[in-house]
Unconditional design. Structure first.
Length: 322
């Protein structure tokens, strides 16, 4: 008999087809996030939980099914799962790393262009019938070519963003305690203060850790140029959203492009009224190709767990080492 898998949201068609080949699938049929109670109900009768970054998997959910074999997170991040408790229960947790790199880097650049060239504002202007012809000062933005970009977090995604900057003849600065990327691209490693003071564009690519929560706050935003633009495709809580709102309202900086938020799906009151911010609904990985690859990785992990094998993308590997 096939093992049972509970999927908290419908995934791309090819992924669902493959899941049905290997599992008895119980999937949330509605295009909405499930409540905690609904997740618990689904977990009660499954071998594998396939969840999203937006699903909070806490200790209550983890203990509701003593026969739960594994948790497969459809994301690179896994801060939505009580990993310490899952490890204590010897429940393997996996993620989907690697496949998001290029598409997330593309999204960071989409936000850079959208903010710098006021694309969203201009699109709205045209759709509302306000365009009456070319004007010298109509939606004046900022050039990107030849400017300086600062990358905070030079892992795979940060490096991919930096590589794209070469095509725009940009100077690349980066700040990272653990990475050195000069051997791969022309870039200069600098301290955070210098990066913030010098960069025309600042792009965030750090994981959410204790020391990266509110990494960008009042002091950091006030260090930036008044003409600078900040981009966040990493984790919402890396930026103090209330302070960012003030920075945008009071023109400490020129603009921001955000794909993630501190308390998703809630957005700090007032942020949506800032014309100098471009706000995307957490879609950095939202290409058919990437989301399908994510699903296949999740499937591979789920199959391995059910067959008693070491899952390729295990996060809490210590449960196999003890």
């Amino acid at each position: 008999m096939k093992p049972k898998i509970f999927v908290t949201r419908i995934l791309p068609e090819l992924v669902m087809e493959r899941l049905n080949e290997h599992f008895i699938v119980n999937v949330n049929p509605e295009d909405r996030a499930l409540t905690k109670e609904e997740i618990m109900l689904g977990v009660l009768d499954c071998d594998i939980l396939l969840c999203l970054l937006s699903d909070i998997i806490d200790s209550e959910i983890l203990i509701c099914n003593p026969d739960l074999k594994g948790i497969v997170n459809y994301a690179v991040g896994y801060n939505n799962i009580d990993l310490k408790y899952a490890t204590k229960l010897k429940i393997p947790v996996t993620n989907t790393p690697g496949v998001l790199t290029e598409t997330t880097a593309d999204m960071a650049w989409a936000l850079i262009f959208s903010v710098a060239r006021k694309i969203v504002e201009a699109d709205k202007f045209v759709r509302e019938g306000k365009f009456k012809g070319w004007a010298p000062k109509l939606f004046l933005g900022a050039d990107i070519f030849g400017k300086t970009i600062g990358i905070i977090g030079a892992g795979r995604i940060g490096t991919a963003v930096a590589k794209r900057a070469a095509g725009f003849n940009m100077k690349v600065l980066y700040h990272d305690h653990n990475s050195d990327i000069e051997q791969d691209i022309e870039a200069e490693k600098v301290d955070l203060k210098f990066l913030l003071q010098t960069s025309d564009f600042v792009s965030l690519h750090v994981p959410l850790l204790a020391d990266t929560i509110h990494l960008i706050g009042e002091n950091e935003l006030k260090m930036m140029k008044k003409t600078a633009i900040i981009i966040n495709t990493s984790r919402g809580a890396v930026v103090d959203e209330e302070i960012l709102l003030r920075a945008l309202q009071q023109n400490w900086i020129a603009g921001a492009g955000l794909d993630v938020y501190e308390d998703e799906p809630k957005i700090t009151n007032g942020l949506i009224n800032c014309d100098n911010a471009v706000l995307a609904p957490h879609i950095a990985s939202a290409s058919v190709e990437t989301r399908t690859k994510m699903g296949f990785i999740a499937l591979e992990n789920a199959i391995a767990i059910c067959h008693g094998k070491y899952p390729p993308q295990i996060v809490n590997r210590e449960i196999y080492e003890s």
